[in-house]
Design a protein around this ligand. Structure first.
Ligand code: 6PG
Length: 466
């Protein structure tokens, strides 16, 4: 039987969609799954594409059905299952074969696995895949790590299945070892902030202006035709227009206000802090998910904690749109700073403009803004800071007043906007040439004799604080 050009292990939602996507682009795809009972229905549902699929019941048959040097994509739960899988598959592989972990893995695990496999002649690729089921099936955005050798092996196949932005495939070899998973992690951190900021604007309209879900949904759909155009705004507009068949109420109104998380947003924040960065808008979004799960406490606290909020009119919708755009720009700028810091720390030479380009289609945070961001990177950034790039600076100048008005109104109305307000605080901190850390230096010198730098001469000094 003719050998397959790629293997896909793991036929859950994402794995099966990727396998069909490869098949759809003319590739012969070996497939298998831990539960082999999934194979038959999968092949049946593949319809005309079934002829491109080579199912196997055992791992050995699966590996043997792929043409060497093999490319095998694993879409399985990250963490220990991936280590266990490597242990099982490694003895079946040969020098030059590449294992791809296409799940949302922690990049530190990817670095460790890459190093371990390197010694065996096998290649390990951590690949971030974004776009959900539909993206995986019809065109995801993919952030590929690992060796140049593996990239040569993979490139034609992943370029074929990737989303296209004006013909440009949304996939790139972003860097070695864990770079692909790191970039995907930051993508998700930005995703958290974007989702949270959208939810904050929704909250202001719902709780501050008394708007209904459908009305807010229509507004988001309108915004999707302007500078806020993005997948997340689009699905928000749609989501708020859906009715619950059981109650006839808007479906969003009957959904519990508790959101879970799998970890990538949190990893972004943890890594940012380790790298001496602050991704405060993203951190606020991760924190907000945590607070959302404290539903019982919030129920009690609602009656016990005074708002002392004098109240304020929620600004009109044009101002809300500006606030959302400014917040989105700042969250992206923080995410890109974290990637720059990681690139320096791990010697990855991340190509940030290419990363912005491959996020323009296919992924969850795809938006009109990313084209401006890509253009800014291409033109070169003053001080290496996205917020200082001319196009971004102008966009901020046009929209920051809206963010300020919205955050002020929210504060006075007693409505929490953690991510928007964190973004604004960061913006104001960055535009403050003379900050207040002089006082922090003085305090540290008083209690710990840490010394301080002076404004007028170099060196480390101590004050006479007695
Ligand atoms: C994507 C998504 C995808 C997934 C996240 C959600 O880019 O396609 O980010 O990877 O939706 O893992 O993460 P949480 O469950 O943590 O919200």
């Amino acid at each position: 039987m003719q050998k397959a050009q790629i293997g896909v292990y793991g036929l859950g939602t994402m794995g099966s969609a990727l396998a069909l996507n490869f098949a759809d682009h003319g590739y012969r795809v070996a497939v298998t799954n831990l539960e082999t009972s999934w194979l038959e229905p999968f092949i049946k549902e593949a319809g005309d594409l079934a002829v491109q699929l080579v199912p196997s019941e055992t791992l050995a048959d699966f590996v043997a059905s792929i043409a060497p040097p093999r490319v095998i994509l694993f879409m399985i739960p990250s963490g220990p299952p991936m280590d266990a899988m490597i242990e099982r598959v490694q003895p079946l592989l040969e020098t030059g074969d590449t294992i791809i972990d296409a799940g949302n893995a922690n990049f530190t695990d990817t670095r460790r696995r890459t190093e371990a496999l390197d010694r065996t002649g096998l290649h390990f690729v951590g690949m971030g895949v974004s776009g959900g089921e539909d993206g995986a099936r019809h065109g995801p955005s993919m952030m590929v790590g690992g060796s140049d050798y593996s990239w040569q092996q993979l490139a034609p196949m992943v370029q074929a299945i990737a989303a296209k932005y004006m013909g440009d495939p949304c996939v790139a070899h972003v860097g070695p070892d864990g770079a692909g998973h790191f970039v995907k992690t930051v993508h998700n951190g930005i995703e958290y902030a974007d989702m949270q900021m959208i939810a904050e604007i929704y909250g202001l309209l719902r709780d501050g202006s008394g708007w209904g879900a459908a009305q807010i949904g229509a507004l988001f759909s309108d915004w999707n035709d302007g500078p806020l155009a993005s997948f997340l705004i689009e699905i928000t507009g749609k989501a708020l227009g859906v009715t619950d068949p059981e109650t006839g109420a808007p479906l969003a109104d009957v959904i519990l206000d508790k959101a879970g998380q799998k970890g990538t947003g949190r990893w972004t924040v943890v890594e940012a802090l380790k790298l001496g960065q602050s991704a405060s808008a993203i951190e606020a979004a991760v924190g907000a998910r945590g607070w959302s799960s404290e539903k019982d406490t919030r129920g009690v606290a609602a009656d016990l904690l005074a708002a002392s909020a004098p109240g304020a009119d929620i600004p009109d919708t044009d101002v809300l749109a500006k606030a959302l755009l400014a917040g989105r720009i700042l969250a992206h700028a923080q995410g890109f700073r974290v990637m720059q810091a990681a690139s320096d720390e791990f010697d990855w030479s991340l190509d940030l403009d290419r990363i912005a380009e491959i996020w323009r289609a296919g992924c969850i945070i795809r938006s009109a803004l990313l084209d401006d961001i890509a253009e800014s990177f291409r033109a070169g950034l003053p001080q290496d800071q996205l917020i200082l790039a001319p196009v971004i600076r102008e966009a901020l100048a046009d929209n920051i007043g809206g963010l300020r008005a919205v955050v002020s109104a929210a504060v006075l109305a007693g409505i929490a906007v953690p991510s928007l307000s964190a973004a604004l605080a960061w913006y104001d901190s960055m535009r403050t040439a003379r900050g207040t850390a002089n006082l922090i230096q003085a305090q540290r010198d008083i209690f710990g004799e840490h010394g301080f730098e002076r404004i007028d001469k170099p060196g480390n000094f101590h004050g006479d604080w007695s």
